[in-house]
Design a protein around this ligand. Structure first.
Ligand SMILES: Nc1nc2c(ncn2[C@@H]2O[C@H](COP(=O)(O)OP(=O)(O)OP(=O)(O)O)[C@@H](O)[C@H]2O)c(=O)[nH]1
Ligand SMILES: [Mg+2]
Length: 168
């Protein structure tokens, strides 16, 4: 059973995050639907604590009607204590993407929306600070952090947010 489940469109950087915070070696590639089955990893946190992260296949609009890989993998996050939404910083509309993801979860099981949610804006090594500040004004109203798995940016901050979410 995992503590935090990763929710995002294909190519959002979910598996890459898992690979930098745990010993898991998921497949990573620059095309959608790289991950076909869920991956679990144990994430070490400070003071010898740890939590489990579940990386699942990407979700797209219409997944609840069977598009893409569908939503059958959402059962793997049904028992997670919390959900980490992941949206790339080069998304056309972060808020829209967030709402699409939320809606697909809701179609599958409305109780998924009772879980604590946080948001990681991924691949933030691709944008400068100025753009980041502008984008902060457009984010959904949940705890959010700009991260880069590749540049190891704000990964500790993200772990702090996850830990808070798991323990409140
Ligand atoms: N620049 C940059 N690229 C990244 C970062 N994280 C992931 N990527 C790239 O984004 C692409 C997709 O990464 P994955 O981790 O496979 O994405 P995913 O969300 O697991 O994708 P699916 O399994 O298809 O749902 C790969 O080419 C990664 O190298 C990052 O922090 N910065
Ligand atoms: Mg993947």
């Amino acid at each position: 059973m995992a503590d935090v489940g990763l929710v995002g469109f294909p190519n959002a950087g979910k598996s890459t995050l898992l690979s930098v915070v745990s010993a898991a070696k998921p497949e990573i590639a620059d095309y959608p639907f790289t991950t076909l089955t869920p991956n679990l990893g144990i994430v070490s946190y400070r003071d010898n604590r740890s939590f489990v992260m579940a990386d699942i296949p990407g979700i797209i609009e219409g997944a609840s009607e069977g598009k893409g890989l569908g939503i059958r993998f959402l059962r793997h996050i049904e028992r997670n204590s919390m959900l980490l939404f992941m949206i790339p910083c080069d998304s056309d509309d972060i808020l829209k993407e967030y709402q699409v993801l939320l809606n697909e979860l809701k179609q599958y099981n409305p109780e998924l929306l009772d879980k604590n949610r946080i948001l990681a804006i991924t691949k933030s090594d691709m944008i400068d600070d100025e753009l980041m500040e502008e984008m902060k004004l457009t984010l959904p109203d949940i705890p959010s952090v700009f991260v880069s798995s590749v540049a190891n940016k704000n990964i500790d901050k993200l772990k702090d947010l996850i830990w808070l979410g798991l323990n409140d």
